[in-house]
Design a protein around this ligand. Structure first.
Ligand SMILES: Cc1cc2nc3c(=O)[nH]c(=O)nc-3n(C[C@H](O)[C@H](O)[C@H](O)COP(=O)(O)OP(=O)(O)OC[C@H]3O[C@@H](n4cnc5c(N)ncnc54)[C@H](O)[C@@H]3O)c2cc1C
Length: 368
């Protein structure tokens, strides 16, 4: 959520407050002067702000201490994760009176528990590092977005990120077992449970998911893991209109025994933008079509006949006129090429000029 500038501080705070904050945290935790500049602009360079200082706490206790201090001195706080968000929520306003709390140094994976299918990561862990940590113990963390090389777990939780596997594994909210949060008054709420069955109320953690730091700063999370993916089948199929996509999705769910991990509806303009602006992106099909779906089946078993399921289902849809043409990825390289097209759509939009972002949810059947 973009800060609106309703800063509690009517006048610029006393500059000595910055040295007090630096002293509270100890050496190497506070940036001021020109060092703060990278923290004052968002990923798309749409929002430019100013700040009093940037702090980089190394522990959850330090985050809590910063919040207690800022609360006492009525300083506005802007948490910043990987700064890949689209809404300017991680950028301070123009008043120059806020403190940016960068979570980048809070980046340890505290625990990996393959038998419990869970891990505990600090908020500043990069999403791709969490995926790798799971992979190293033959497990899978399913959240996947175009920004996964720089966005952080704390940012993913605070925006309740969805990503390309949301259909099968749910949004970030559904991937969390427990949270640790620094509260505005300087207390640390520790609820890092890894329980699969937890019938206690109230579910306090849910308040912080998608809250963009308005109720506290997330410092660590216990996350759900899944069996490692060992086989996949991916296709790029052309369709005439979104109605056909919904029908193909229903058919494929049934035909694959619910093994669909991604099903992305892509308009023609996205193909035009990516082929124009992103080196190496090619139109996957010979002829242009109005709409496409990128679909992927995955399984933790190597023996599952995923390619056969996908080919048979798309073949039947082709005969029924639901699908107009389709290409199946025959190698990891082809699969990566399909995904590169999908994942570089935001970048291609950016390179083409101004773009409006929207994030609208409707029931699947209402998409047409
Ligand atoms: C190429 C690209 C593709 C993307 N694809 C998707 C997608 O498919 N799905 C999707 O949902 N998003 C997507 N995004 C948007 C963005 O990557 C996500 O919203 C991501 O979850 C933000 O994480 P971040 O660490 O960069 O957070 P930031 O941008 O740093 O912060 C986002 C918000 O969360 C707050 N915040 C950050 N860390 C914390 C914390 N520890 N505690 C409390 N509040 C905090 C910030 O103040 C801000 O309000 C994409 C972005 C890009 C650039």
């Amino acid at each position: 959520m973009r800060p609106t500038g309703n800063n509690p501080h009517p006048v610029p705070p006393d500059p000595s407050i910055v040295s007090d904050l630096a002293e509270l945290l100890g050496p190497g935790r506070l940036l001021a002067g020109t060092d703060v500049e990278p923290f004052l602009v968002d990923h798309r360079q749409l929002y430019h702000g100013r700040c009093l200082a940037v702090v980089q706490p190394h522990t959850a206790e330090e985050v809590a201490r910063v919040l207690g201090f800022c609360n006492e001195h009525r300083l506005g706080v802007v948490p910043q994760g990987g700064n890949t968000g689209y809404c300017g929520g991680a950028t301070p306003d123009e008043s120059g009176t806020q403190i940016v709390v960068s979570l980048a140094r809070l980046n340890r994976i505290r625990r990996v528990d393959p038998l419990n299918y869970s891990l505990i990561a600090e908020a500043g862990c990069i999403l791709a590092d969490v995926q790798r940590a799971a992979d190293q113990v033959e497990r899978y963390f399913p959240l996947s977005l175009g920004s996964e090389g720089s966005c952080q777990i704390g940012g993913n939780l605070s925006t309740n990120a969805g990503g390309v596997h949301v259909l099968r594994y749910g949004m970030m909210r559904e991937l969390v077992l427990g949270l640790e949060v620094a509260l505005p008054d300087g207390r640390l709420l520790t609820s890092l449970t890894s329980l699969r069955k937890d019938n206690t109320g109230y579910d306090l953690k849910s308040l912080f998911l998608g809250a963009e730091g308005t109720l506290g700063i997330i410092t660590a999370a216990s996350l759900k893991l899944f069996p490692r993916i060992r086989s996949s089948a991916t296709a790029f199929a052309a369709i005439a209109e979104p109605r056909a996509a919904v029908q193909v999705l229903a058919l494929l769910r049934e035909a694959s025994g619910d093994r669909i991990s991604s099903f992305e509806l892509v308009p023609r303009i996205a193909i035009e933008l990516t082929t124009r602006h992103i080196p190496g992106v090619r139109d996957p099909l010979d002829e242009p079509h109005p709409w496409y779906v990128l679909c992927e089946l995955t399984s933790s078993r190597t023996a599952d006949p995923l390619e056969q399921m996908l080919t048979e289902c798309l073949g039947a849809a082709l005969q029924d006129g639901l699908v107009l043409d389709a290409a199946l990825a025959r190698s990891e390289r082809e699969r990566a090429a399909f995904w590169k097209l999908r994942e570089t759509i935001p970048e291609a939009q950016r390179l083409d000029g101004a773009s409006l972002k929207h994030d609208i949810s409707v029931p699947v059947a209402a998409i047409p």
